[in-house]
Write a protein of this length. Structure first.
Lengths: 262, 387
């Protein structure tokens, strides 16, 4: 399943805010069917990279090829067709506050998959259940929910169309450990069954150890290293060493080993 | 169309129930692609067959093509979560990842159904809506009075303690609400002044009393139009800005943060805005009066043959200072109400974008309503007093 074919190729990406450069000549490939974890200290431009790939930000230089096409140079109609193959979970959920949860999830189903409202809402309730929300949450509005529930609902919306590429911006932040573990398993199950590619920005070391096939480290305005987790952890760099071999990193590693041996 | 949603060779999913020799059990044939693209057709097939499916039915999955979460959800609905969770016993040929997907969906959907909200009838809904609206109106006035009291109390506490004066914030709000509004207030009152002069000239010409156009313009602008137009403009321009600013802060939990730091949102957010309005609206009123009278003056000079010298002579002779004072005296009252209503509506916003919009609208409607209501009451009062 994990062929070497890249669904997304980022080449020579440069992003600047005023005089401050966030990315300088950044290269990164996302392969079909892989779960790619993206880590980096605060302010290293993880979310900016995600926004550049999804087409929400015009990079200052460089190209982003999505399914072999440059998203920013396509006509609007073609671009919308490609964007339908993406599912994006934003850091703060970004649910539509004027719609209740099932309407939030049903929206892409009605607009893009052409379902009738009754069918779409029925399917939306299934997606919400899949993301771990209780049935009575379906008719609630986002401002009545806790942060963790908003995250789950946002995941349900990102999964609505069974996207080929799933972008997750810190999905497990704000979830309790049980919920976070269930979340990891759900992503893994969906990837195996549907062959999704997942671009996962995270600070959660448990997630990295449990589900990521490769890990990219953003540092010094570029991708410092991208490889399997043991190879990345063995890289000779002060920040990477502190990240993976600190007390939290060791604990997560031990936990992952225990999980495998069980 | 994108290729997952519509592959040209996509084989539609099919569901058939075939009777077998055994009259208890039937054979369910599941065939084709069970994907989002065929969802509508598949769902109606599943709904139609669900009552007939019994636990003893055999299931034939060999023809199953693509399967996504939508299709898997339908399969779980058809066969029931209990049966899907024993899937590996009766469908061992299914690949492990599909097994995992179906079981994940089965465990997610194995929950009691949410109770549907009770249906209500139309007439009761309308009556309940009217009742709720009236109760809301009453509550709104009570909250407004409470908020005014709170603001005045905080104002007194802050005034006696110069260290708590927020001069920077006050100056910024004076600039936004006052200085930036001068051009629009001046232009609008100038135009209305010209219109009033034209109207006066047309009507008064029949009586040969065109000269009284001067009195008409001066009277109306000093007593009413200067302050009313400035107040209505600020109600639209500033009350809405206050409501939107504070509403967005509320949605972003900034108000809660101010409270948690141990500061008073009234003191930090409301007082500078109220004081800025109290300072700027009288000034804008004065500007409005002047440019309204200038509008009248221009019309008088250009089309009525009343020279500026004559215009000012009549002003000086006929118009006493108390008309000006009556007009200006209303400005602080309007300013206070507009600012307080704008801020209060902002505080009432909840987390959603829609409620910020509703509160902003409500702040404009309420403050314009209040301005006109108070102005009408004041006009009656001043007339009775002979001022």
């Amino acid at each position: 399943m994990s062929t070497q074919q890249a669904v997304i190729q980022v080449q020579g990406l440069v992003n600047r805010f005023g005089s401050q450069a966030v990315h300088a000549n950044l290269d990164l490939d996302i392969r079909r069917g892989e779960i790619l974890g993206v880590v980096g200290g605060s302010g290293t431009g993880k979310s900016v990279l995600l926004r550049s790939i999804v087409g929400l930000r015009q990079p200052n230089a460089g190209s982003v090829m999505v399914f072999g096409e440059n998203l920013l140079k396509l006509p609007i109609e073609r671009r919308s067709q490609i964007e339908r193959r993406f599912g994006v979970l934003f850091q703060r959920g970004a649910l539509f506050t004027s719609l209740n949860l099932q309407e939030n999830v049903a929206l892409p189903l009605i607009e893009h998959a052409g379902l009738k409202r009754a069918d779409a809402e029925h399917l939306a309730r299934q997606k919400l259940a899949l993301a771990g929300l209780p049935p009575e949450a379906a008719c609630k509005y986002p401002d009545e929910l806790s942060g963790g529930m908003v995250k789950r609902a946002a995941l349900a919306r990102a999964l609505a169309l069974d996207p080929e590429v799933l972008f997750l911006d810190e999905p497990t932040a704000g979830l309790d450990p049980i919920g976070a573990a269930a979340f990891d398993q759900l992503i893994l199950t969906l990837r195996d069954a549907l062959g999704l590619s997942v671009f996962l920005v995270t600070h959660d070391l448990d997630t990295l150890y449990t589900i990521c096939d490769r890990v990219a480290v953003l540092s010094q305005k570029r991708v410092l290293v991208v490889d399997t987790l043991p190879a990345v952890a063995a890289t000779d760099d002060a920040w990477i060493h502190a990240y993976f071999h600190g007390p939290r990193g060791r604990a997560a590693q031990d936990a992952a080993h225990m999980l495998e041996n069980r | 169309m994108d290729h997952t949603l519509s592959q040209p060779d996509s084989r539609p999913g099919q569901l058939q129930r075939q009777a077998t020799g055994d009259h208890q059990a039937a054979l369910l044939v599941i065939d084709g692609n069970w994907t989002l693209r065929h969802y509508a057709a598949l769902r109606s097939a599943v709904e139609g067959l669900r009552q007939q499916v019994s636990a003893g039915d055999r299931v034939e999955l060999a023809g199953l093509g693509e399967l996504d979460t939508a299709g898997a959800g339908l399969l779980v609905e058809l066969l029931g979560p209990a049966r899907i969770s024993r899937l590996e016993e009766w469908a061992p040929q299914l690949p492990a990842e599909r097994l995992a997907l179906l079981r994940t969906l089965a465990s997610a959907m194995d929950q009691p159904k949410a109770s549907q909200p009770p249906k209500t009838n139309g007439l009761a809904d309308v009556l309940a809506h009217i009742g709720g609206f009236l109760a809301g109106l009453w509550n709104q006035q009570r909250t407004l009075l409470g908020f005014i009291g709170l603001t005045l109390q905080t104002l007194l506490l802050v005034l006696i303690n110069p260290r708590r004066w927020r001069i920077t914030s006050l100056a910024a709000h004076i600039e936004q609400t006052g200085l930036d509004a001068i051009p629009i207030v001046a232009l609008l009152t100038f135009l209305v002044g010209a219109v009033v002069a034209f109207l006066g000239a047309t009507v008064l010409a029949d009586f040969g009393a065109t000269i009284y156009t001067v009195n008409l313009v001066a009277f109306s602008f000093l007593r009413e139009f200067g302050v009313l137009l400035a107040a209505i403009l600020l109600a639209g321009r500033t009350a809405s800005a206050f409501a939107a600013q504070i509403g967005a802060m509320k949605a972003n939990e900034e108000i809660d943060a101010i409270r948690a730091i141990g500061l008073s949102p009234i003191e930090m957010l409301v007082l500078p805005r109220v004081l800025a309005m109290l300072i700027t609206l009288p000034i804008l009123t004065f500007i409005g009066m002047l440019s309204g009278i200038v509008g009248g003056l221009v019309v008088c000079t250009l089309s009525l043959d009343i020279s500026p010298t004559m215009f000012f002579n009549i002003l000086q002779r006929d118009i006493s200072i108390n008309h000006f004072l009556v007009g200006l005296g209303k400005a602080p009252v309007f300013a206070f109400l507009i600012a307080v209503i704008g801020c209060l509506e902002g505080f009432k916003a909840s987390g959603s974008a829609q409620s910020v919009g509703e509160r902003t609208t409500s702040s404009v409607v309420q403050s314009i309503f209040m301005v006109i209501l108070i102005d009408a009451i004041a006009a009656l009062f001043f007339m009775e007093m002979g001022w």
